[in-house]
Design a protein around this ligand. Structure first.
Ligand code: FES
Ligand code: FES
Length: 160
């Protein structure tokens, strides 16, 4: 039997009726049309479905929609605005950190959450912050460079 969940997603208020076994990833993609959040494995292994829930990154394929009741969620759709892409998105483009793009939304949400919590992470902290996100295309170096370029006092170089 469906139940109503109330969520704030990218600063918009939603009330949605969901089945008890509906995941947050499926709620976002199939009920709300927020298809920027990807599903690569559905088992918590790839990070493609990463969103920020109440300030922390989660694999949305492992969160039931009912568990997300009364939470605040940020997805990749919330990063850009009428002025254009978020600087982190721009950095991914400029550094060539996107190939097929499938990992990119989750990767950027993890990176943004990392930088929101620590504006100047070390190289190790960047690698740890992205460790839950798999990419089969880029070899990670350009992704690392893109995130590193957004550190507050490290415009593209090493800070370790
Ligand atoms: S789809 Fe959720 S971790 Fe892979
Ligand atoms: S760019 Fe293809 S999986 Fe990362």
């Amino acid at each position: 039997m469906k139940k109503i969940v109330t969520l704030t997603i990218n600063k918009e208020h939603y009330e949605v009726a969901v089945e008890p076994n509906r995941t947050l990833a499926d709620l976002l993609r199939y009920d709300l049309g927020l298809t920027g959040t990807k599903k690569g494995c559905d088992t918590g292994d790839c990070g493609a479905c990463t969103v920020v829930l109440d300030g922390d990154v989660v694999n949305s394929c492992l969160v039931l929609a009912l568990q997300a009741d009364n939470t605040t969620i940020e997805t990749i759709e919330g990063l850009s605005n009428e002025d254009g892409l978020h600087p982190l998105q721009e950095a991914f483009v400029e550094k060539g950190a996107i190939q097929c793009g499938f990992c990119t939304p989750g990767m950027i949400m993890s990176a943004k959450n990392l930088l929101d919590k620590n504006g100047n992470p070390s190289d190790t902290e960047i690698r740890e912050g992205l460790s839950g996100n798999l990419c089969r295309c880029t070899g990670y170096t350009k992704i690392f460079e893109a995130v590193s370029s957004q550190c507050s006092d490290n415009q593209g170089g090493s800070n370790e």
